[in-house]
Design a protein around this ligand. Structure first.
Ligand code: AP5
Ligand code: MG
Length: 210
């Protein structure tokens, strides 16, 4: 199954990608995670992307398209994959079409802007293993410590309230038009993001089985 997860920043794409990944045994390709990893490792691409990511802007299309093309050609994507955070613009969607990649479903997780701020300001992440938590909705067993690897939990730089507003406006301007793009292909399904993760997951799984 080849899937795209669409949704505003903080809609829960990464959270649901993990659940789908576990149930269907297909890898999640998260462009945000790949870029942050490159940044951490100080690669050229990471350095190029830093100013964009920190400001809540989109990294240039050619950079992200290159990342995805390379990643999808790896062996573990042969039996399916979940694209989390890609495409984010119409040119990215067109590039994916041009790569000849077949998409089975596009799941759009809808969460109103008012709820996004608290979700993102409460998010804490582990820079070492990439696990994500929330101060209220998904607490680690021990405060400030990653359940998976024991490293320290921190706040993503772009989760500061001002940057979240910028990310939301970028989303509405550049990413939301993708809903129409995929609605026209008949592949779009809309899932209303619920107050808790499990309820959202149940709706996501149901949408994949339909
Ligand atoms: P990226 O990392 O993809 O960030 P994003 O899309 O802005 O989305 P987030 O990861 O913040 O949110 P999410 O939907 O994954 O939510 P999560 O599950 O974590 O991209 C970052 C940056 O990289 C971009 O700004 C851009 O610069 C660059 N980039 C990446 N891809 C690009 C592309 N294709 N083109 C150009 N540039 C690109 O959930 C959020 C929080 O809410 C968590 O704390 C979670 O625990 C909590 N939560 C989740 N579900 C629920 C629920 N149901 N109820 C309550 N809380 C919940
Ligand atoms: Mg994410």
């Amino acid at each position: 199954m080849n899937l795209i997860l669409l949704g505003a920043p903080g809609a829960g794409k990464g959270t649901q990608a993990e659940k789908i990944c576990a149930k269907y045994s297909i890898p999640a390709v998260s462009t945000g995670n790949i870029i942050r990893e490159a940044l951490k490792n100080g690669t050229d691409m990471g350095l190029k992307a830093k100013s964009y990511i920190d400001a809540g802007k989109l990294v240039p299309d050619d950079v992200v398209i290159g990342i995805v093309k390379e990643r999808l050609s790896e062996d573990d994507c042969k039996n399916g994959f979940i694209l989390d955070g890609f495409p984010r613009t119409i040119p990215q969607a067109e590039a994916l079409d041009k790569m000849g990649v077949r998409i089975d479903k596009v799941v759009d997780i809808e969460v109103p802007d008012e709820k996004i701020a608290s979700r993102l300001s409460g998010r804490r992440v582990c820079l070492k293993c990439g696990a994500t938590y929330h101060l209220e909705f998904k607490k680690p067993a021990k405060e400030g410590v990653c359940d998976v690897c024991g490293d320290e939990l921190v706040q993503r730089k772009d989760d500061s309230p001002e940057t979240v507003l910028d990310r939301l406006s970028v989303y509405h301007e550049q990413t939301e038009p993708l809903k129409d793009y995929y609605a026209k292909t008949g592949k779009l399904v809309i899932v209303e993001g619920q107050e808790n993760v499990e309820d959202t997951t149940a709706l996501v799984f149901k949408s994949l089985e339909e």
